[in-house]
Design a protein around this ligand. Structure first.
Ligand SMILES: [Zn+2]
Length: 84
């Protein structure tokens, strides 16, 4: 079988669009200011909320960076946000 982790999302071309502010958990609305804390903008602060569903994520900070886990969308980690 050739399945990947995209399943469950209707209309695959928008899968990467953030719907929620990962630091405040607020729904991102077009034309509304979406502030990001200064430390977060520098990549020092891990996101606390899932961008896709707004759930609070389990966040673990490590010497190498951080990871954050959404119970629905899986793990996001600091290395995955840097250049691949
Ligand atoms: Zn999620």
């Amino acid at each position: 079988m050739d399945t990947d982790e995209v399943g469950g999302f209707a209309g695959g071309d928008t899968a990467a669009v953030a719907l929620y502010n990962p630091f405040t958990g607020k729904l991102i609305e077009t034309g509304v200011d979406n502030p990001v804390p200064a430390a977060a903008a520098l990549g020092l602060e891990p996101p606390r909320f899932c961008e896709q569903c707004g759930r609070r994520m389990v966040v673990q900070v490590s010497p190498d960076g951080w990871w954050a886990k959404c119970s629905r969308h899986g793990v996001l980690d600091s290395t995955s946000l840097e250049h691949r």
